[in-house]
Design a binder for this molecule. Structure first.
Ligand code: NDP
Ligand code: 2IT
Length: 448
């Protein structure tokens, strides 16, 4: 058996019931075959792949909190500190009822390569809890966040591990967590990113993942003699990433005709009204039915009742921005049949391996999330820099740096794909480029 196959088999055997983690490891290692084969002897001796797929540290804890009825609730929480070869652990905190250790490990593993691709000094980690923020009062959210941080604060720090937002964790949750960290540790430091602007947050961090996705896509299209202006776009999700992806795509002259949430999706042939979407999602925290009610051109589709989703619409570009495995083979077939030309992942691993292969086999330009959505964590690293020098940069300064970073990421993975004889395979290019830097640092630092 090849070294890659041995390690994939080992991961499946040693990490039972963690299908998302298996999937992420398979996707990465499969595309590293050529690099691993060229260095097999040294990598085997150093157990390099075994160390790459095994988190440096995993912290599992309970989070007890009191709900508004006086009932004590208990949630499971995780922080997986995956790899610190190139910098302090860095990655978001996901609050969603589906969260389990396998999901946090898949996200932490992806984050290692993503953070490497940014070119900035950040290692990879991820955290979260099966707490469901939906329908909770502000006081309940605060109670959970404070209890969560009461334990987590023992394991993180501005030079150790710097969490941020992800699904279910936005500015409100980061604020409550930051307050509790400061209270217990008695230090005012950049231990979290995505903070509010009044207490150390960075301008453009909120917009960064969605904007970065479009800066990356624009550069990728340029290399393929295409442009974003004039294209029709399907976005999935209607959270932080989706909103700012839709906003930047619209600014660049595209027409975004769909957004979605976990229960339904909107088809708006006039183009999504970004201000209305923000009002519904960011201010009212309401469902997309409210968007449809306020917008005559919009049609609301219930996913369960109709058995459809936004990937059935005819578009040129698809931007999955909600969650993992939200774009499956069947969806890929629908999109290809409708003439899709480009798919760029705003979410982490939204496309299944089979769907990705189908796109690649059918000439669709495909950008993996670990490259295309790296603008969020890259801007988090810029927030860390500003906190360290105790200064604030202007929106334009941060946005300009973000554009430079996204263009560089594309150029690096494009070059890596070409160097290894896989021109146009941006999945392989991203995995190889991200991997090589981490390997170099791990090798230099000895067996740790
Ligand atoms: P938000 O919580 O702001 O929004 C998530 C959106 O996805 C919501 O519209 C939500 O619908 C939908 N969604 C979540 N879970 C599911 C599910 N199981 N099935 C269907 N729809 C779902 O999260 P973000 O926008 O921050 O994150 C979206 C994706 O982008 C995630 O994969 C995240 O890991 C990734 N990402 C985020 C970054 C960031 O900076 N925030 C950076 C890089 C990647 P509903 O409200 O109904 O639950
Ligand atoms: O998946 C991701 O890159 C994020 N959720 C952002 C992480 C960060 O540290 O900003």
């Amino acid at each position: 058996m090849s070294y890659v196959d041995e390690v994939i088999a080992m991961v499946v055997e040693k990490n039972p019931a963690q299908p998302e983690f298996h999937q992420a490891v398979k996707e990465v290692l499969e595309s590293l075959r050529i690099v691993v084969e060229a260095n097999e002897e040294a990598y085997r001796r150093d157990a390099l792949l075994e160390r790459m797929v095994t988190p440096e540290r995993q912290i599992l804890f309970r989070v007890p909190w009191v709900d508004d009825k006086g009932q004590v609730q208990v949630n499971n929480a995780f922080r997986v500190q995956f790899n610190s070869a190139i910098g302090p652990y860095k990655g978001g905190i996901r609050l969603h009822p589906s969260v389990n250790l396998g999901i946090i490990k898949f996200l932490g593993f992806e984050q290692v390569f993503k953070n490497s691709l940014t070119g900035l000094p950040i290692g990879g980690g991820k955290g979260g809890s099966d707490f469901d923020p939906k329908g909770k009062s502000d006081r309940e959210i605060m109670a959970f966040c404070q209890s969560f941080m009461t334990e987590l604060c023992k394991h993180i720090g501005a030079d150790t591990d710097v969490p941020a937002g992800d699904i279910g964790t936005g500015a409100r949750e980061i604020g409550y967590m930051y307050g509790q960290y400061k209270r217990i540790r008695n230090v005012y430091e950049g231990v979290l990113t995505g903070k509010g602007l009044s207490y150390g947050g960075s301008l453009a961090r909120k917009e960064a993942t969605g904007y970065g996705l479009l800066y990356f896509t624009k550069e990728m299209l340029k290399a393929n003699n295409m442009d974003i202006a004039g294209q029709t776009v399907a976005v999935s999700g209607s959270g932080n990433v989706a909103i700012y992806a839709a906003e930047k795509a619209t600014e660049m002259g595209a027409k975004v005709v769909t957004v979605s949430d976990s229960t339904g999706w909107i088809y708006d042939p006039e183009g999504i009204d970004i201000d209305l979407l923000k009002e519904v999602k960011e201010v009212k925290r309401a469902r997309l039915t409210e968007y449809a009610a306020a917008r005559p051109s919009a049609q609301y589709h219930d996913k369960k009742a109709e058995g459809t989703n936004q990937w059935t619409v005819k578009v040129d570009i698809a931007l999955p921005c909600a969650t993992q495995n939200e774009l499956l083979l069947e969806d890929a077939k629908n999109l290809v049949a409708n003439g899709v030309k480009v798919v760029a992942e705003g979410a982490n691993m939204p496309t299944s391996i089979e769907a990705t292969e189908y796109f690649q086999a059918n000439g669709v330009i495909f950008a993996p999330g670990k490259a295309a959505n790296a603008g969020g964590v890259a801007t988090s690293a810029l927030e860390m820099s500003q906190n360290s020098e105790r200064l604030h940069w202007t929106f334009e300064e941060v946005d300009e740096k973000l554009q430079g970073i996204m263009v560089n990421i594309f150029r690096n993975l494009d070059a890596a794909a070409k160097q290894y004889g896989m021109e146009g395979n941006y999945v392989a290019g991203a995995n190889i480029a991200g991997f090589l830097k981490v390997v170099d640092a791990m090798t230099a630092q000895g067996i740790v």
